[in-house]
Design a protein around this ligand. Structure first.
Ligand code: 2HA
Ligand code: ZN
Length: 270
C-alpha cells in the first residue's frame, strides 16, 4: 500500500521516531492495552502536494477552538490503538490530520481513516498553547509510568513541588535532564476538556512534564524522544526511591546544596 511517507524522508523520520518511542513505552510496561497517546506537530514537513490531498473524512469537531492551530498538521496515535502495534506499523495505528480553517475541526488526510487519540483535546490544546508562546516544542507524549502513578496515590506527594524535589534528589541526572520538574494536575476525567485546560495551566507554571493524578504523565518537548527521556529520567528516580523504601529505609536524597550546585554548573532554570 502506498503511504504519505513515501518519498518524504523527513516526515518518515518523524513518524518513525514516534514508532520507536511507542516501542519503548510498551517495553517499559507503561502502555497497557491502548494506554497513552502521542501527537507530533508535523507542519514543518508539509509540502504543496500534501496540501492538495483530499481529506479522507468530513471535518470532525475537536471540542475546542484553537486559533493558533490554523494551517497545522499533526501525526496522532489512533484511539483504541495499541502502542505495541504502533511500534511496528505507525501509519496503520495512527494518522496524519490537518486542522480546518475554523480551527475547531480536524480532518484525516492519510494513510487511512484511523481516528485520533481520545486525548485529542488535551494534546491539541497544548500544541495551541506552545505555538502561542513561540515555543519550538513539537511533541506531546502521554503515558502511564507505573512508579510515578503509584506515587500520585500519596496526597503528600501532590503538594506543589514535593515530588519534584524528591525525584530530583534521588540522582543528579534527574535535575539536569528534567530541569523544570514535575507539575501536578488533580484527578480529572480522561479525555475531558477540563483535563486539557488544567494541563495547560500546569505547563504555564513552567513545567515540561505534568502528572495527571492517579492516571499518568503528560510531557512536551522539541521532539518525541526528548519527551520520552524526561519521563524515563523521572521514573528512574521514582524506582530508586521505591527500591530504597523496599530495602527498609527512606532514602536521604541529595542535599539542597548539592542540588543548587547542579543548577549552577548546568545553568538550569530552577
Ligand atoms: O488513550 O491513556 O488517557 C488512552 C489513554 C487515555
Ligand atoms: Zn491515559
Amino acid at each position: 500500500m502506498s503511504s504519505i511517507l513515501d518519498g518524504r524522508p523527513a516526515l518518515a523520520a518523524e513518524v518513525n521516531a514516534v514508532a520507536e518511542t511507542a516501542g519503548y513505552l510498551w517495553q517499559k510496561g507503561w502502555a497497557e492495552r491502548n494506554g497513552g497517546n502521542i501527537t507530533v506537530n508535523i507542519t514543518d514537513q508539509v509540502d504543496d502536494a500534501m496540501r492538495a490531498m483530499p481529506a479522507l473524512t468530513e471535518p470532525t469537531p475537536i471540542g475546542v477552538t484553537l486559533p493558533n492551530l490554523k494551517g497545522c498538521w499533526f501525526y496522532c496515535k489512533g484511539t483504541n490503538r495499541r502502542m505495541r502495534d504502533l511500534a511496528r506499523d505507525p501509519m496503520a495505528n495512527g494518522s496524519i490530520i490537518r486542522i480546518t480553517p475554523d480551527c475547531a475541526h480536524y480532518e484525516i488526510v492519510a494513510d487511512s481513516v484511523v481516528r485520533p487519540t481520545s486525548e485529542l483535546p488535551s494534546h491539541l490544546s497544548v500544541h495551541n498553547y506552545l505555538i502561542g508562546k513561540g515555543s519550538n516544542y513539537k511533541a506531546s507524549v502521554h503515558t502511564h509510568p507505573i512508579e510515578l502513578v503509584a506515587m500520585s496515590h500519596n496526597p503528600e506527594f501532590l503538594e506543589k513541588d514535593v515530588l519534584t524535589r524528591l525525584l530530583w534528589s534521588m540522582i543528579p541526572e534527574t535535575k539536569a535532564f528534567c530541569p523544570r520538574g514535575l507539575g501536578i494536575v488533580p484527578y480529572m476525567l480522561p479525555g475531558s476538556t477540563e483535563l486539557a485546560k488544567a494541563t495547560i495551566d500546569a505547563l504555564k507554571e513552567d513545567y515540561d512534564v505534568v502528572m495527571w493524578e492517579k492516571h499518568g504523565v503528560f510531557a512536551v518537548a522539541p521532539d518525541v524522544m526528548e519527551a520520552f527521556d524526561m519521563i524515563d529520567t523521572l521514573t528512574k528516580s521514582a524506582i530508586i526511591y521505591r527500591d530504597a523504601c523496599s530495602m527498609g529505609f527512606i532514602p536521604d536524597g541529595m542535599s539542597d546544596e548539592q542540588m543548587q550546585e547542579i543548577s549552577r554548573v548546568f545553568k538550569l532554570p530552577k
